[in-house]
Ligand binder design. Sequence first.
Ligand SMILES: Cc1ncc(COP(=O)(O)O)c(C=O)c1O
Length: 417
Amino acid sequence: MTQKLALLGGEPVRTQPFSPWPVFGKMEEERLLTVLRGGKWGKLNGAEVAGFEARFAAAHGCRHGIGVVNGTVSLRIALLAAGIQAEAEVIVPPYTFFSTASAVVESNAVPVFADIDLDTFNLDPKAVEAAITPRTQAIIPVHFAGQTADMDALMGIAQKRGLVVIEDAAHAHGALLGNRPAGSLGHLGSFSFQSSKNLTAGEGGIITTNDNALAEACRSIHNCGRIAGGVWYEHHAISGNYRLGEFQGAILNCQLDRLEEQTRTRDANGQYLARKISQLPGIHPQKRPAACTRHSYHLFMLRMEEALFGVPRPALLKALQAEGIPCSGGYAFSLHQQPIFRNRAFGPYLAGAANRLDFSQAHCPHSDLVCREQCVWLEQSLFLGPRSDMDDLARGFEKIFENREALAAWSRQNQNG
Ligand SMILES: Cc1ncc(COP(=O)(O)O)c(C=O)c1O
């Protein structure tokens, strides 16, 4: 017999909370206390951040890791280190967090939006090719939700045109393309350790690379323009202090010890849920190419087609939440439709490029469609629990589908989509 939806007065699928986030224990407490009592709290006199940089880089297939204060600054430093010129163009997806494009403007370069693939939510290489102009100098693919972008195609395009590729891997700690880790697939990689991320110290970020010269440039830029072998008050670049501190380094080292197992759990659970709910009409979990051998599931994403599933997205989200399943619709609109890109009030940046900045011309129908009416996001911590948690998530979707007519009627009455 069909069970009544919690939104319409029935019993919820889930009354217990899912796995908590962040995960921490004695290991973090003791390591923090050791740093506290040791009195070496800054990166340049301690060993935690330096040790973490080396371990994180090695775990992501790179010789170099430069820890920085967040995953926005890491993108900007990567662009500066790569020598992207003033008012050059950098291709970015429109379906990503603000930083992917704001870091480009903060580097005094022009973001150019190329659409995503509707099924993978990642940058579409064909759209990238179409967006290239003589001014293009870089591409920033985002490994969205933790699934690597089509890096072979993108690196092929970049090589042909002499472009720099900076991976925005803010979601992709531990993700793999074949046997190659995210962060080692482009010329530079950028990760975030902000509090929602799969590896976190509250805030933080890191740049990864296998290129010695790029690493040296990033190290200098993140450290007030100092250089290896220089004296303390000797500065070679206009820059600031973007270093991580030792408390963050201590937490990050502990969290890195947990990452491998957490990533395996998320990946197995995410794949299981995707298999289960893709049986429902109109539910399309993020399509996973065979080459994406490990998904870090920072987000579990799906597209819901109202015409097939039978209810509008706002009603689906409300009904899932009432069933005890935390979820959201993600970005409400594509990045180029943000007020700042419509208004182009960039302050001191891009003054000489003003006459060619018109973001209303960006044509990104896939991104627009998923923002407007289709996307559903479930966060990474839901995927850290037992398999029975996945059965509850799947049950929530199934129950809503079984009750789609009642929910659609409720939605019409409540003008809810
Ligand atoms: C895709 C993406 N890039 C960059 C960032 C920026 O990271 P941070 O918040 O550490 O500056 C984020 C953070 O949410 C992100 O999701």
